[in-house]
Design a protein around this ligand. Structure first.
Ligand code: NOJ
Length: 763
């Protein structure tokens, strides 16, 4: 990008932030029911009339930022394919009108956007949503996000992000469901259903675009955009699983990743985009590149120039390019003329894009109808859903002496400490845009509102979190991402002294520490899991006062709290629009925490990558000595989370001790609430294949259910283990196999649950 262009976009984004919404308009009318043959015929009829330039134009989605207005308008009026980053319904309607009234073939535009964890109403960051282990809730929440998006003319979400993340240095761990393919698949499918509803084109719903296809989470060293070298068996057994689940759930779109996978850039990777995605999985939608990823095939040294890049991408199976200014796809007419790409491949890509527009009903209803509008985003049900999501996402990591819940009847004073406690913006997390006016609440506001005037709530920021050492490129390029500037913390210790005084004067201290929202996400990888700035010093100083201390974490990756002696730790993630209220409800015990970690909580960055489903290998008992100077154990295991109640698992049984290969076995387990509070437990089923034609993981999650039980109540839970759960991709045979083998089974509260029973698969 040229310096001029950068400046243009920078000022664009300032403008964008000022736009705001005068009104939020109701869902579009229901799209007509469409059958595949009719859709195809309609698309083909259009293709037959299109010039090479008109075809190429359908194959781009371009950032429609205000300084680019004349270019964007020209593209719309001449039959552009798609735009992104417009979230104002007047602007989507204006551009749509240009396409529908001025363009030769009157093909409507498709508008896409990063609807990641809400558009206006913000839900917890995706890693938090995954920590709920509640796919049904996540489905409902993405349906809310879809309704808000459709109401402003957005048709397509660049979400869910379904990349598996096993190296928490990688900033984008916060955007996905963590380390596990089974949990990740459940969350992927739930989000696709939530966004899309019963079918593509359903009223008030939008197309889901799972991303980033594929292997992006395996970035070398956790450094964003770095190459990924992943064996085929690991790709298929781990990284591709959530994508396939999303495709099986009917995802209409997919976004290709930036990085080279095993040396071949994902955006020009025929194995990924055609062999696996279309031939094996039967994907019928269209694939968009990540932003500028077609042009960056030149950067990778995979293409000599944009024309070759476009030709190679389309030939590999990519359909659409996301571009800032100069789409490589604009050169397709020349590439076809030069024989670099077949006209049939181009037509196929155009057909897939047109089919999406037809299925969305855009030819009939291109505009958002302001007259039939309702204030979708101000629906109070949306904020209530955001609060419930934040409550169900929280994970209780420590609760010594039953410090939590705080007893509201006895509590006289509470000291809230930490600059994150008073930050509305950070509580929303990454991928939240000021131009969409998201409602927000700080933890402090939530606690004050909950406790009322009877309890003295003092506040001491303690220490500010310093600015990033390497500033986020987004802060410069895409101003819509900009975060409020943090004050320079300097070396002043007065803030810590104030915090100590506040803690000493209160019954209890709640210290909110973590990472600011720009310290996680895209291009926010971190070489350390330490608390940024002097937050550790602050935390240690408060704990040293001897006052009962609750640590409230605001983060999206494991953090190294240096063995803090605080009595209680509650993981709040980036809790979203109603985070303050949710956290207050949890701390005061109106709601009982029931979330579980969706990743293994490594002690420090040197242990990474770390995940529970590693292979059984030489000297397992000696695992403790894998490092001579550090334990090989995490701080908290995958699936871990406490409650204000207690639970017991018993009677873990398999229906038959032996099953034939290809059939299923039912596992049952009794779960009892042995405590004194109605509360949730997440029952987790793990298997371990003892022997076989490959070394298999020490354990793998293959079932889970979040259950609410009253004190003393028991329930018998049932899980089915069938061919899908027992098969794996074998590197030697290069195929899916189910080995005749003994499978151990554990059902319990986290990934350390002991194996209680087993069954045998016979040939
Ligand atoms: C780049 C990111 O990798 C992707 O996730 C996002 O959807 C696009 N930019 C558009 O913002």
């Amino acid at each position: 990008m040229t310096a001029l262009a950068r400046t243009a976009v920078r000022s664009a984004c300032v403008g964008l932030a000022l736009l705001g919404h005068a009104s939020l308009i109701a869902a579009s009318p229901r799209a007509p029911d469409v059958d595949d043959t009719a859709v195809r015929a309609r698309a083909d009829a259009l293709i037959a009339q299109m010039t090479p330039e008109e075809k190429a134009a359908q194959l781009t989605t371009v950032f429609a930022l205000p300084p680019m207005k004349s270019i964007v308008d020209r593209r719309a009026a001449s039959g552009g394919g798609s735009f992104l980053f417009v979230t104002d319904l007047r602007e989507t309607n204006r551009l749509q009108r240009l396409a529908m009234e001025k363009s030769r073939l009157k093909i409507p535009l498709l508008f896409g956007f990063d609807v990641i964890h809400g558009l206006t109403t913000i839900f917890p960051a995706p890693i938090g949503q995954a920590a709920s282990w509640d796919p049904a809730m996540v489905e409902r929440d993405q349906a809310v996000a879809a309704a808000e998006a459709r109401a402003v003319g957005i048709h397509w979400a660049f979400a869910p992000m379904v990349d598996i993340a096993r190296d928490a240095r990688w900033g984008r761990i916060v955007e996905g469901a963590g380390e596990d393919p089974f949990l990740g698949s459940a969350m992927a499918a739930a989000q696709v259903r939530g966004f899309q509803g019963p079918r593509i084109g359903a009223s008030g719903h939008i197309i889901a675009g799972p991303k980033h296809f594929a292997g992006y989470g395996a970035a070398l060293g956790g450094r964003d955009y770095e190459e990924a070298d992943v064996s085929e068996s690991e790709m298929r057994n781990v990284y591709l699983k959530p994508f396939q689940a999303a495709v099986d759930a009917g995802a209409g779109n997919l976004m290709s990743a930036y990085m080279p996978l095993n040396g071949i850039p994902a955006t020009g990777n025929r194995w990924l985009l055609t062999d696996v995605l279309r031939k094996e999985w039967g994907f019928k939608g269209w694939v968009v590149s990540d932003s500028e990823a077609v042009n960056s095939l030149v950067t990778h040294g995979f293409a000599a120039n944009p024309q070759e890049a476009a030709a190679k991408a389309v030939s590999a199976g990519l359909d659409m390019e996301m571009a800032l200014f100069n789409p490589a796809m604009d050169t397709l007419p020349q590439a076809v003329a030069a024989g670099q790409v077949s006209p049939a491949s181009v037509d196929e890509a155009v057909r897939r894009v047109l089919e999406a527009k037809i299925r969305m009903g855009l030819f009939e209803n291109p505009y958002v109808d302001e007259a039939r509008s309702a204030k979708v985003a101000s629906d109070p049900a949306h904020l209530a859903a955001a609060r419930i999501a934040a409550e169900r996402s929280a994970v209780l990591l420590r609760n010594q002496g039953a410090l939590l819940p705080l007893d509201a009847r006895k509590l006289r004073s509470i000291a809230v400490i930490g600059s994150l406690a008073d930050s509305q913006r950070d509580a929303l997390g990454p991928w939240v845009f000021p131009m969409n006016n998201p409602p927000s609440q700080s933890i402090l506001t939530g606690l004050r509102a909950k406790l009322g005037p009877r309890v003295t709530v003092s506040y001491a920021p303690g220490v500010a979190i310093p600015a990033r050492v390497n500033p986020s490129p987004f802060a410069q390029i895409e101003g819509a991402f900009a975060m409020p500037k943090r004050p320079d913390p300097g070396n002043d210790t007065a803030g810590i002294a104030d915090a100590i005084r506040a803690a000493q004067a209160a019954d209890v201290a709640v210290v909110v520490v973590g990472q600011a929202a720009d310290e996680i996400g895209e291009l926010a990888s971190s070489s350390s899991l330490d608390l940024p700035g002097r937050q550790q010093e602050l935390l240690d100083a408060v704990v040293a006062t001897g006052k009962p201390t609750v640590v409230l974490l605001m983060n999206g990756r494991p953090l190294d709290l240096k063995g803090t002696k605080a009595a209680a730790i509650l993981e709040a993630w980036y809790p979203g629009s109603r985070g303050g209220e949710a956290i207050a409800n949890l701390l005061l015990g109106d709601v009982v925490p029931g979330g579980k970690l969706p990743f293994t909580w490594a002690k420090n960055a040197a242990q990474l990558p770390m995940y529970y489903a590693h292979l059984t290998t030489h000297d397992p008992k000696g695992a403790a000595t894998r490092y001579w100077n550090e334990s090989n154990a995490p701080t908290y295991p995958f699936g871990f989370g406490l409650s204000y109640s207690t639970f017991a698992f018993s009677n873990v049984k398999v229906a038959q001790p032996q099953i034939a290969r290809g059939s299923s076995v039912v596992v049952t387990a009794d779960l009892t609430n042995t405590g004194s509070r109605t509360a949730d437990e997440v029952a987790q089923l793990y298997i371990h294949q003892k022997t076989g034609s490959a070394a298999r993981p020490v354990r793998e999650l293959k079932g889970f259910e979040r259950v609410t039980l009253k004190p003393g109540e028991s329930r018998t839970l049932q899980f089915r283990l069938g061919p899908d759960e027992l098969r794996y991709w074998n590197a030697a045979t290069r195929d899916w196999v189910i080995d005749p083998a003994t499978f151990e089974v554990a059902v319990g509260a986290d990934s350390t649950a002991p194996f209680q029973t087993s069954f045998v698969v016979v040939p």
